[in-house]
Design a protein around this ligand. Structure first.
Ligand code: PLP
Ligand code: COI
Length: 360
């Protein structure tokens, strides 16, 4: 890769004692490491000014396009510490490839995959002391993102763009842990529509999901499951996670990639690990009614949601304005088996038979 990084260590970096205090109770996305990566793209010039520098506020012109038109994308990935102290990324090329698919949808420039991965590696290396021990499912959450930083109010693709990577030591996303979360099925709000940005990881999708998320909170639920916008029938995904069902005859069923949902890397990994564990992976259209009827009559015995931040969380029940449905398998046996299967690879406790780990 021809881009070289200018490394500017942070003179105000936290002491080891301060880092240890954060790692003892990191929460999720609350604390950030001492550094960040920044790379600029200028039309006609390409990517330049790759820098690893002290973490801190950005200077943006108030007219920067991202602040007005939301031309922005991001990724979510993690670095895991193994028992021998080594640190590993999980399928980082999948994040790099998805980042470019999101970029293409949002008219942002392509970032060479190797530059994306190198930027992540640079940050993890300089801030390696923030990668927690594996205990309690702690990890370093990494957030690469790209913003239209050009100062210009016309509506067009920005001609100056900034790519940044920040990182945050994290514990579990859900405080419920493996007890299982309740999911609200909204019949009012949609997250994405055909031809929209549902399969791009852009900030606007998350802003649009908040109103439904808060509707879910009002009904005692942790997350919301979205149904397709037009037919009001096809199950899509949660605000920040994909969804799975386990059937009594050992099918591992998840909505097919319809163009309106995110193609989760955890989703893809679960389909492969589940198959290795003897389940039959099935990606197909699932109607909301079929899911609820299937839970009621025992066709679907377990349900879970999955994503990098939330890992794999059992779903204790679904709620909607029409009622409440609780899968019979409240011990979540299959879910926990799959969850352990994925986590054991990520934390180096099982053989990485798929070649998914990338040592930093
Ligand atoms: N769906 C949405 C909307 C998400 O935000 C995420 C999280 O990244 C996922 C699914 C799961 O994707 P992944 O497993 O790649 O983290
Ligand atoms: C992730 O799982 O990485 C996500 O991006 C979901 C959410 C935290 C936005």
């Amino acid at each position: 890769m021809s881009v070289s990084f200018d490394i500017q260590p942070n003179p105000g970096a936290r002491s080891d004692a301060e880092v240890a205090e954060i790692l003892a109770s990191p929460g999720f996305g609350v604390y950030f490491t001492d550094h960040m990566v920044s790379i600029t793209w200028t039309k006609g010039q390409g990517w330049h000014s790759a820098t690893v520098k002290p973490y801190g506020p950005l200077t943006l012109d108030p007219s920067a396009a991202v602040l007005h038109y939301g031309q922005e994308i991001f990724e979510g990935m993690k670095a895991y510490r193994h028992a021998d102290g080594s640190v590993h990324l999980f399928r980082p090329n999948m994040n790099a490839a998805r980042f470019n698919r999101s970029a293409a949808r949002m008219m942002l420039p392509n970032l060479p995959e190797e530059l994306f991965v190198e930027a992540v590696r640079q940050l993890v290396q300089i801030d390696a002391r923030y990668v927690p021990e594996a205990a309690g499912e702690h990890s370093l959450y990494i957030r690469p993102f790209m913003i239209a930083s050009e100062a210009f109010l016309g509506v067009r693709a920005a001609e100056e763009v900034t790519f940044l990577v920040i990182a945050s030591p994290v514990g579990p996303y859900f405080t419920e842990g493996v007890k299982g979360v309740d999911i609200w099925i909204t019949d009012e709000w949609a997250r994405a529509g055909e031809g929209g940005t549902g399969n791009a990881k852009c900030g606007g999708n998350y802003a649009a999901s908040l109103i439904a998320q808060y509707e879910g909170y009002e009904h005692g639920c942790t997350q919301v499951m979205f149904i397709e916008a037009t037919g009001k029938d096809r199950v899509e995904e949660l605000g920040g996670m994909n969804v799975f069902l386990v059937s009594a005859d050992n099918e591992l069923v998840t909505p097919a990639l319809s163009g309106t949902i995110l193609d989760g890397i955890t989703r893809d990994s679960i389909l492969k690990v589940g198959e290795q564990q003897g389940l039959t992976p099935v990606e197909r259209r699932l109607s909301a009614q079929e899911v609820l009827d299937g839970i009621a009559d025992g066709t679907f015995t377990e349900a879970f949601c999955c994503g990098t931040a939330a890992v794999i969380s059992p779903i204790a029940g679904f709620k909607s304005k029409k009622g409440e449905w609780r899968p019979q398998g409240q011990a979540f046996e299959r879910t926990i088996q799959i969850r352990d299967g994925v986590l054991d690879i990520q934390y180096g406790r099982a053989e990485d038979s798929f070649g998914w780990l990338d040592k930093v």
